[in-house]
Every structure is written in C-alpha cells, then in structure tokens.
Ligand binder design. Sequence first.
Ligand code: IMP
Length: 443
Amino acid sequence: MPGIVLLGAQWGDEGKGKVTDLLADDMHMVVRYQGGNNAGHTIICEGRILKLHLIPSGILYPHIVSVVGNGVVVNPRVILEEMENLRSLGISTDNLRISCNAHLILPCHEVLDGLSDDARGGGGLGTTRRGIGPAYADKAMRVGLRAEDLLERGVLREKAESLFREKNRVIVSIYGGEPLDVRRELERLEEQAEALRPFITDTSHLVREALSEGRNVLFEGAQGTLLDLDHGTYPYVTSSNPTAGGVCTGSGAGPRDLDEIIGVAKAYLTRVGEGPFPTEQDNEVGSAMQEKGREFGTTTGRKRRCGWLDLVLLRYAVRVNTLTALAVTKLDVLSQFDRLKICVAYRRKGRPMKDRPASSAAFRECEPVYEEMPGWGCDISGVTRLEELPGEARRYLEFIQDAAGVPVKIISVGPDRSQTIMVDGEVRTPRQGRFLFQDDLPL
Ligand code: IMP
C-alpha cells in the first residue's frame, strides 16, 4: 500500500506540478515513469525561477527519494543542468536515482527530431524538438543507449561511436543536414557519464522495496492521456505512455501496486501543437482563456490552443486509466464568463455520438454538442472550502463528476498552494514552504 498515480487526463499542462506538491508531504518516493524533457514544472523558489523538466519535483523535499524510471528518456546534458541548478539553490540531489534501463537522448536525437518534423512540411506534428521521438524509436529498434551504458567506460565508447556514425549518415544523406562531430560528442558523453554514474541503479528494486514496506509512492505522469502513443489522438501524440498502463512498464511496479489513480484535468481544455480539437475556441473566448490562464509555453512562447471542457474525452480518460478520482484545476479562469459551455457528446454527419470514434479521420469531423450553464460571475480565487463556492461553480463541478463517474477530490482556484479546495480534507501547511508551483509548462 499505497501506490498513487497522478497523471494528466487531457493533452498535458493540466497543472500536475501543483497537485504533486500538495501530496508531497505524505510521500516517501516520487517516480517519473515516462516522457523526457518535453514537459516540466516551473517552481518559484525564494524569488528565483527553477525549471525542472526531468527530475521529479519531489527532489525539493529532503524526505523524498526521487526516481527517474526506466520508461523515461534522459538527456544527460539536461539532467546535469537541472542538478546543477538545484545545487545552486542549496537543494541536495543526493536522493536522486536514475534507472539503469532508462534510454538516453543524445544530440543526434535532438537534431533528427527537428529535421524529421520539418521534412513533414505542413504535415509536421509540432514536436517539442527535444529528441523524444527519435530516442524512443531507437529504444524500439533496440539500438539505443541506456543509462547502464554510462556505467561501463569501454562499452560506452564503442556503442556511442557506432550510434553517432550511423545517425550522421541519416542526418547527411536523408535530410541534407550537418553531421555531428563524433569525437567531440564522445568526449562530452564520457564527461557526462562520470558525473551521472553515482545516481544510476536498478530503480525497480527501490520501488518494490518502498511499496513492500508500506510506504507511499507517487507515480508522476508527464504530458497527458490524449498524448499517449497508444490511446491518444495518434499521430498527434508523444512517443510514450502517460496513461496508467505506462506506470508499470515505466517503473517496474506491478498492476496490483496501483491503489489510487488521480487524473488531473483543467476546468476547460488546452492543446499544444497540431491535431484535432473539437471544442477549440479560435476566437475571443479562447483568447480570454489564454490570457487569464497564462496559456503560453515560456521557453518557445508557443501559445496553447484553448477551448471548452470536453466530457467525451474526459470520460475516455477515466476509462483508459481506470481513474479513481479527479483533480480539477484552473476553475478560477472560468469566472470571467457569463455563460459556460461544456461538451457532452459529438455529432458527425448529423448523427449523435457519445464516444470518440474509432478512426482519426472521423474524429476530425466531429462537432461538439454543448450543454450551456450559467457562470458564477465573481472571483473565486480566495475560496478554500467547497461550501464557499458559488452554487453555479459547484453545479459545474457536479456536472463533471456525474459525467465522469468518479469524485472530484481536489479543486484548484489559483497557482498558490493555499488556493486549493481539498474536498475531503484540508490543505496542510507544507513541511517545506519555500516553493510556489506554477503550471506545467511545455517547452
Ligand atoms: P514530442 O513529445 O516532443 O514528440 O511532441 C509531440 C506532441 O506532444 C507535440 O504536439 C507536443 O506539443 C506535445 N507535447 C509534448 N509534451 C507536452 C507537454 O508537456 N504538454 C503539452 N503538450 C506536449
């Protein structure tokens, strides 16, 4: 007991970072099980901004063991930078563990991500260009380097050299790109290996041990259900499995270890990059959501596309993850609207549909069927108890809960930890009150 999963129920950026922080006090271990530095949390710590893309935010708390699981793709340069940034803020990285089975993102993967997305022309996926797809492709092809290779000097040089040379051939002859300097890349990787070696271990043992001892382990998902390689809106997805199934393959825990599976969903919906989005509001409603919800990725400045909440997709997320509860975030962003729309079904070629259609082409043609509800017309960003929410806001949440068939247990009404309603309890004062979690930020 208990393995708790916290994952995105939408297209990512749901505000998982803040919810992780709320649960952190009770956790012994936080485990990332998929994805790479294509997502992350921004944390404000004593006036300084700290971005964590790979290292679980549990690292901020000295009582937590932070695990980068085997399902994650690790860019050695990025993880070392994050470790350095943490240390410069006086935060120890001694409790970090990296799975020996985690695959590595190397410079050739980053280059190929950009080249291959560009080569698709207008049909590009709009990836984050962090090398995620190419690294997972090498994993599936069984040619990738893993963290375990960093442990063995001789093996590393041989494997890396052969991989770099092969990737250079692809970069040059298929895409007409600039080859990487193999000697320099090898030297760099050897230096990185030296620095990372003490942190690499078989983390599946650690996870098992913690669960067997009855300690609380939080499995933290990146991205969201609709970006899942298998269950998302393919091909406009990422290359890993953010859904609950990914927890087991990406950490070494077993299906019976998962006691609670919490899906985090915004009170509306956003999406970054390309792909169908039936409830998208490419108009003043969407702009108002973008503005109030600060729906921008700070690094690239990419705007998130915004729209009304889609209950067809939310029910789907409940089903494929067997969610046990929901955390609804950014409810305060909807305070500005007199009337709210919520998508309860689709219509395609005049025919109503309760569920997502089987083909992506049909999904593109789905039009939302909305239920309209009155807004609450007042600021709710200071509300900390469910009873204090205006009746309209409570009805909006009840509507979501009824449609989803699982309880809404956490409601967020602002970025601060105090701006939270815990439906069955209270927000406790953290052991470590130094951090303010901003939203999940895509790159
Ligand atoms: P990739 O993960 O970089 O391969 O990008 C694939 C798709 O997933 C693109 O549409 C990205 O914008 C999207 N994506 C990846 N990570 C995130 C995230 O953390 N939040 C939102 N979208 C993401």
